[in-house]
Design a protein around this ligand. Structure first.
Ligand SMILES: [Zn+2]
Length: 221
């Protein structure tokens, strides 16, 4: 999903001086194909076409090396693709993957964060943001899953009949189909178990498969 047509459109619009288009329309990828009957202006268009060609050539080269696990080589090409005006942020994300595979995690995080901030498509920015959040969790050693963890905000003391006073509780509110509110709660005896909403109701799905119930994770060294 590289959204080539959308990039083409955006570039065409920018070349008409409608540069606000890209900024005002974060949904650039779903835009309809309005307008663009500009007279062919030799120089700028040629430049844009060559920029796009560089982007797609370098991206293809990067992908080739990436598939054969030559990450340092792949990285160089994704960096070149990412440096073009034509990149929508995907090449930057790929550069992040390369750093990740090379175990340079801080650098990977930097690439994801850049793509999350500057990506041209909202889908790319969202993807980059998810990657950045997940990696940042890993760098702090905290499981990125939905498991109950001491570090979560919201643990509270509650008077629960028949339950010991030492427990603290996490409350998960819900609305039933009639719109009536209710809540389920789990205590710290369930640390490391995953609570997820299914059809609007909180469900305990058992021990977290990401951290094996420890709440902690680490990156390969
Ligand atoms: Zn977990």
């Amino acid at each position: 999903m590289r959204g080539i047509p959308a990039i083409t459109l955006t570039l065409l619009l920018i070349s008409q001086g409608a540069s606000t288009f890209a900024q005002n329309n974060p949904e650039g990828e779903t835009t309809t194909t309005t307008t663009t009957t500009t007279e062919a202006k030799g120089a700028p268009q040629a430049k844009e076409i060559s920029d796009q060609k560089t982007r797609s050539d370098e991206f293809a080269l990067g992908s080739k090396f990436y598939q054969t696990k030559k990450f340092a080589e792949a990285l160089k090409h994704f960096q070149k693709a990412a440096a073009t005006q034509a990149d929508d942020g995907e090449a930057r994300i790929m550069a992040g993957y390369c750093y990740y595979s090379l175990k340079q995690y801080e650098k990977a995080l930097k690439e994801y964060t850049l793509a999350a901030d500057k990506g041209k498509l909202i889908s790319v920015r969202n993807k980059a943001q998810r990657l950045a959040q997940r990696l940042s969790s890993y760098l702090r050693g905290i499981c990125p899953g939905n498991c109950l963890k001491p570090s979560m905000p919201g643990w509270r003391k509650m008077n629960v009949p028949g339950k010991p006073d030492r427990l603290v509780w996490m409350v998960y509110p819900y609305l039933d189909p009639e719109g009536r509110g209710g809540s389920e709660f789990w205590s710290n005896d369930h640390m490391g178990e995953v609570i997820e909403y299914v059809n609007g109701r909180p469900i305990n799905k058992g021990v977290c498969p990401i951290c094996n119930g420890t709440g902690k994770v680490s990156l390969p060294k």
